[in-house]
Design a protein around this ligand. Structure first.
Ligand code: PAF
Length: 290
């Protein structure tokens, strides 16, 4: 596995890998990318394995992107576990890892921001102003550098997946955005690099987020369609029991693509939730099946 730390190194190594593949196979390789901020967990591993199965050249990027953290958020304390991350990538059969530093991605004369209006301004975008601008900017740069055919994103960050998909469509980027299933702990908590911030009491309370989401699915399957009633019933589960308070930031049923809030739920809609447990912000979502 090759590890590139600079854009120049990345371009050379990427080119060498493509030429070698072409010589051996007389065809152009399908290039895949899994963009990450490191601190790799089983959720990332499943994205990486998905990519390795489907692509001829597999690239993982590891970059904690300062542009997507607002002042006061956890940029400085975000977990940095590069040695372990590289082991995970190597074991999964990744060909190339790009792990640049901050100045390499944003040199002093850097000036451009990529913004998806509308879709990126609601839900997490409203709670974290500028967050998605940082995400779409860095993902555009990574797409420009790696030129992937397929890019893999976890649906735990459902809004992020839809925002990036919109960006790729609007900017005519020739990359398929591949959504991947959410990986969960046995008790239902969605895997996230931020779960490690939870205190034991917060960790014990956190599975109630998924319990509220699955309750919503049950009520919908039983025929309830009025969103206010769905949210009131399922939302009660969040703080039903001992332990710290789960503070609700938003809990909504939305159209799966436009992410517009619904008053009456329809099959195929998505339930989105964002909560805070102490200092930790946790998000999750589920589909409403027909
Ligand atoms: O989902 C993430 O880890 C980040 O938002 C991403 C897509 C790697 C961009 O920095």
């Amino acid at each position: 596995m090759i590890v590139a730390k600079t854009r120049a190194e990345l371009r050379i190594k990427r080119h060498e890998l493509i030429v070698a593949y072409h010589k051996a196979n007389l065809s152009r390789p399908v290039v895949g990318i899994v963009p990450t901020m490191g601190a790799l967990h089983a959720g990332h591993s499943s994205l990486i394995e998905h990519m390795v199965r489907e692509c001829d050249l597999s690239v993982v990027t590891i970059f904690i992107n300062p542009a997507q953290f607002a002042p006061g958020e956890d940029y400085d304390t975000y977990p940095r576990t590069l040695d372990n991350d590289l082991r995970v990538c190597e074991q999964a059969g990744v060909h190339l890892v790009f792990a640049p530093g901050k100045d390499e991605m944003y040199p002093a004369d850097y000036q451009t921001t990529v913004r998806v209006a509308g879709l990126a301004e609601q839900w997490c975008g409203a709670a974290r102003p500028g967050h998605f601008d940082g995400v779409t900017t860095v993902v555009s740069k990574l797409f420009g550098l790696i030129q992937p055919d397929r890019a893999y994103f976890g649906q735990k960050d459902y809004q992020q997946y839809r925002v990036i998909e919109r960006m790729a469509i609007d900017l005519e980027l020739s990359v398929d955005i591949v959504p991947c299933e959410i990986e969960r702990e046995p008790d239902g908590l969605a895997l996230s690099s931020r779960n490690r911030y939870l205190s034991p009491a917060e960790r014990a309370a956190a599975p109630r987020i998924y319990q509220a989401l699955t309750r919503m699915q049950e009520l919908f399957a039983e025929g309830e369609r009025e969103v206010a009633r769905l949210i009131a019933s399922a939302g009660r589960l969040l703080n039903d029991g001992p332990g710290p308070l789960i503070k609700l930031e938003y809990f909504a049923v939305v159209h799966p693509r436009s992410l517009q809030a619904r008053e009456t739920a329809e099959p195929g809609d998505r339930v989105l939730i964002a909560t805070r447990l102490g200092k930790t912000r946790l998000i999750d979502n589920v589909p409403l099946e027909g």
